[in-house]
Design a protein around this ligand. Structure first.
Ligand SMILES: Nc1ncnc2c1ncn2[C@@H]1O[C@H](COP(=O)(O)OP(=O)(O)OP(=O)(O)O)[C@@H](O)[C@H]1O
Ligand SMILES: [Mg+2]
Length: 253
């Protein structure tokens, strides 16, 4: 974010008939999911608890792999083998940033400021640039006062801000966010919503799972609706005047 004098580079991600079950379970967590995600668009993934939103994200992030069907990131098929390549992995995670549903599992360094600096170090940025960007994101995310605190000793809202600051500082083209407003008070929700609006205006590809209707209505260019059977049942496109045009599509989209 905001480092972008550089405009975000267009990205295309595609799922083709993806099915996935967790090991040792008979039930599908994702059943025949076909979706395309393109830059400059904000997709809100909506559906009941357990429908498969977080699982979908694990596939998009290359943490799990389809049992059947394909996942293509910029025309390259993402498989266990592709993700084992160190050079591919680092290029992939340079482009795709993520905010987990639970910030606890995302934060692992000794201080808030190290949390921001760590990702920048992984990108191989020079020390001085890392210092400057870290300062900027500490300020922008209101974290200056708690910069030296251990991430496991700060509040839930502060954890969410820290995780989001660390992701945004890396300026990825794609941001995948699982319940970014969960656990935040009204002020925190408004603040994070504003940050996500900025990312949207900068042309990032945003894929956001949310149970928060007003947030989805405000943010989504495309609503992706999932159901209890782990299917995508509808794509609903927002239009400029806020009206929705429904394309009632079955799972084979
Ligand atoms: N680690 C796991 N092992 C086995 N089954 C799992 C695991 N994680 C999730 N599941 C199952 O996979 C299905 C999809 O779960 P997932 O977490 O993707 O749902 P979700 O849409 O993100 O739900 P929520 O809205 O509660 O976050 C559910 O039936 C769930 O029980
Ligand atoms: Mg989830």
């Amino acid at each position: 974010m905001a480092e972008s004098k550089e405009k975000a580079v267009p990205v295309r991600m595609e799922l083709r008939h993806v099915c996935f079950s967790y090991p040792n379970t008979m039930q599908k967590a994702l059943d025949d999911i076909s979706l395309v995600f393109e830059s400059g668009t904000c997709y809100c993934i909506e559906g009941p608890n357990g429908c498969g939103k977080s699982t979908l994200f694990r596939i998009l992030l290359g943490l799990d792999f389809p049992d059947t069907g394909e996942y293509l990131f910029e025309a390259r098929q993402i498989t266990e083998k592709t993700m084992k390549s160190e050079s591919f992995r680092s290029a992939f995670y340079r482009k795709i940033g993520f905010l987990f549903q639970d910030s606890e599992i995302q934060l692992f360094t000794a201080s808030v400021e190290e949390e921001i600096a760590f990702g920048l170090e992984q990108l191989g940025k020079p020390e001085e640039e890392i210092r400057d960007i870290t300062e900027k994101y500490l300020r922008m995310f209101g974290l200056t006062e708690i910069r030296g605190r251990a991430p496991f000793n700060i509040s839930g809202g502060e954890k969410k801000r820290t995780a989001l600051a660390a992701v945004c500082a890396m300026n990825p083209e794609v941001l995948v966010m699982d319940e970014p407003l969960a656990g935040l008070d009204e002020e925190g929700q408004a603040w994070v919503t504003g940050m996500i609006q900025r990312l949207k205006q900068e042309g990032h590809l945003l894929i956001i799972a949310t149970h928060n209707r007003p947030f989805a209505e405000e943010m989504a260019d495309v609503h992706v609706k999932m159901d209890r059977n782990h299917h995508v049942t509808e794509l609903i496109r927002g239009t400029a005047d806020g009206q929705k045009t429904e394309e009632n599509k079955k799972s084979n989209l």
